[in-house]
Design a protein around this ligand. Structure first.
Ligand SMILES: NC(=O)c1ccc[n+]([C@@H]2O[C@H](COP(=O)([O-])OP(=O)(O)OC[C@H]3O[C@@H](n4cnc5c(N)ncnc54)[C@H](OP(=O)(O)O)[C@@H]3O)[C@@H](O)[C@H]2O)c1
Length: 313
């Protein structure tokens, strides 16, 4: 059982997180505010942003929204996607993030990606310092391989520091995390907070209907979700959803949350209308049989130790 993350007022951070990567980008200030309000009404408390997002607009807008309810919010941001994981860069980016958010501290700070050129001990020493200064409560890593997390966890333990959270990609069409990352989180008491449960929108089924969106607008996402089996998976998910009388997005989000490691997926959208089916996942009871049926819609990744002929599943 992993430790439960809490808001400053002591409430559990909840079952789902809302990600503000679209704030100030595809979602203007009004649409962003509407999504924030819908999340609060639905009981969400954990909000995720990053130094990187929308030239700082995401942090600035989120900072304004949480001003009146800060104690009830678990506020997470990320540094170090660009410029490396050295203390000087992290210091400069975190200072900017805190200014944009109008906060002395955040609850959870992530290193946004692994930096092979910086000694992890220097990076984690900087995180330990932020904790001592009461500028962060939880330490997170994102986009790390399992061996990199374990290496970080060892280095952190020498500083009396814990890696609290890992933010990997995870959805029905991106299942690599099942092999090592999610079992590792369970074993090391790290809370998995996966992103892109809808595969960037693919699993809403809209591309099969000829609609446009991030996958037709953004080359990086087109490449990330470019394989034909992924589109087949989305089509088949839509068929199951129609049979069950539920939106495919609700099923995709509920599926990503139902892994035995107890992940807390990060939801997102560009409008309140888009967000609605994802929020409905909080009240959708996915049966074990339906979970398995959905899991069979995409290839299960190979096990970490390559003795495929001996796996019983
Ligand atoms: N750590 C990292 O490196 C990292 C990377 C990515 C994301 N994240 C975090 O995770 C959060 C979620 O990631 P994500 O945005 O990739 O999640 P996602 O749930 O996979 O994709 C969300 C996108 O799907 C589309 N969509 C959602 N609901 C829809 C609906 N009902 N109908 C049609 N389209 C719909 C929208 O895109 P369009 O309308 O544009 O198609 C929306 O922006 C981000 O906000 C961010 O906080 C972290």
């Amino acid at each position: 059982m992993t430790a439960v993350l809490t808001t400053p007022s002591g409430a559990s951070h909840g079952q789902y997180v809302f990600g503000t990567m679209q704030f100030g980008g595809r979602a203007d200030a009004t649409a962003s505010r509407e999504m924030f309000e819908a999340c609060r009404t639905a009981g969400l408390r954990h909000f995720d942003t990053a130094w990187l997002y929308t030239d700082g607009q995401s942090e600035t807008l989120l900072g304004e929204m949480i001003a009146s309810c800060r104690e009830d919010i678990l506020l997470a941001t990320k540094v170090g996607y660009s410029g490396g994981a050295g203390p000087a860069n992290l210091d400069a980016q975190f200072e900017t993030s805190r200014q944009r958010l109008n906060q002395d501290s955040v609850d959870l700070l992530y290193l946004h990606q692994f930096d092979p050129d910086t000694d992890l001990r220097a990076t984690l020493g900087w995180f330990a310092e932020q904790k001592l200064k009461n500028r962060i409560r939880y330490v997170g890593l994102s986009n790390f391989a399992a061996w990199q997390v374990v290496k970080a966890a060892w280095a952190a333990s020498e500083l009396d520091l814990k890696i609290d959270v890992l933010q990997p990609m995870y959805s029905l069409v991106k299942r690599q995390a099942e092999v090592e990352i999610l079992p590792m989180c369970k074993d090391l008491d790290i809370t998995p907070i996966p992103y892109s449960p809808l595969g960037g929108g693919l699993l809403t089924g809209k591309y099969a209907k000829g609609e446009s969106g991030r996958l037709t607008e953004d080359k990086r996402y087109a490449a990330r979700y470019g394989q034909s089996w992924m589109y087949d998976c989305a089509k088949n998910l839509t068929k199951v959803a129609e049979r069950e009388g539920v939106n495919p997005a609700t099923l995709a989000v509920a599926w990503a949350a139902a892994h035995e490691s107890n992940p807390t997926p990060i939801l997102s959208a560009r409008s309140e209308e888009q967000l609605r089916p994802s929020l409905k996942a909080a009240h959708y009871a996915l049966t074990p049989a339906l979970y398995e049926e959905l899991a069979a819609l995409s290839p299960r990744p190979a096990p970490a130790t390559d003795r495929l002929e001996e796996t019983t599943e």
